[in-house]
Design a protein around this ligand. Structure first.
Ligand code: GDP
Length: 279
């Protein structure tokens, strides 16, 4: 999903988040493993400061496995319970339930001491657009999709999905707004395809991607596009254009087409498993 946010959207999203957070014990935050920081909005830390917290490093199939492990460690040290997964294939999804129980151990213990029995943990999935929230909810709850119906205190139309006798999940994810006023965050969101391509300068973005790949994944471009890597990013884009036969009338190189190919192949993981920010 491509999007553009306006102040009104953000205010509304924040208000909905504040309302929903009151209903839950646990925040399950989905991030994109290729940009684990840029696909977060740290405002959620303030909004959810008294809740149990989980981070799902999703799309880990598209990200560098070594970096996935480092990010898992990074967030664990910050006090999150972390699961690495691929919501699309379902890989890793089975690890989520035991980690939910672990993340909510204190609440379960507290309930027990107060003599409260069988009060299920209530959780909500949150994240910025396109990180895989819906895909995860379907993979996690799809089969168990016994909805529990409206309950008092729940905004009309909102439903809880009963995962098992211990866990209930809000059926619609909470949408966080990205922090793209930071230039580098915007560029990374654009690279993974989470911005509206129509408003972007794709050639500039491709040059940035080429520079990054050459610096951090040396050899990966040489291999895929049979080019000579160098600091000269424009020369590399020309080489991609030549390799993919991107020509305009008069045999001029078509940089726009080459940029499209490069970005599409990157977004689909065809260039390789790449993480755009290091832990
Ligand atoms: P939402 O906006 O956060 O609800 O994101 P969606 O669930 O709609 O997912 C956005 C896109 O990412 C869809 O095309 C999904 O198929 C894809 N997707 C979701 N999870 C994964 C994943 O783990 N790996 C890959 N490769 N694609 C995924």
């Amino acid at each position: 999903m491509n999007y553009q946010w306006y102040p009104g959207h953000m205010t509304k999203a924040r208000r909905m988040m504040q309302e929903n957070i009151k209903l839950i014990d646990l925040i399950i935050e989905v991030v994109d493993a290729r940009i684990p920081l840029s696909s977060r909005n740290p405002d959620i830390d303030e909004l959810g400061k008294n809740k149990a917290r989980m981070i799902l490093l999703n799309k880990s199939d598209l990200a560098d496995e070594r970096e996935n492990e480092k990010w898992q460690e990074y967030f664990t040290q910050k006090g999150f319970h972390v699961v690495k997964m691929n919501a699309k294939s379902g890989a890793g999804v089975k690890n989520v339930l035991p980690v939910i129980m672990e993340a909510c151990k204190e609440k379960i213990e507290r309930d027990k001491q107060r003599g409260i029995k069988n009060r299920p943990i209530r959780a909500m999935v949150v994240g910025i657009p396109n990180v895989g929230k819906s895909t995860f909810i379907n993979a996690f709850a799809g089969k168990a999709c016994a909805k529990t119906g409206n309950k008092p205190g729940v905004t009309k139309g909102k439903q809880w999905i009963r995962i098992n006798k211990n866990v209930e999940l809000l059926d619609t994810p909470g949408i966080l707004w990205p922090k793209f006023e930071d230039q580098s965050v915007g560029a990374k969101l654009a690279m993974i395809g989470s911005m509206n391509d129509q408003i972007l300068n794709l050639e500039e973005l491709s040059l940035e991607l080429l520079g990054y790949l050459h610096k951090c994944y040396e050899g990966i471009l040489a291999q895929r596009y049979e080019l000579e890597e160098s600091e000269d990013r424009l020369a590399m884009l020309s080489a991609v254009a030549k390799n993919r036969n991107c020509l305009k009338k008069g045999n001029e190189l078509d940089y726009a087409k080459a940029s499209n190919i490069l970005l599409e192949e990157f977004r689909n993981g065809k260039i390789g498993r790449i993480t755009l920010e290091q832990a």
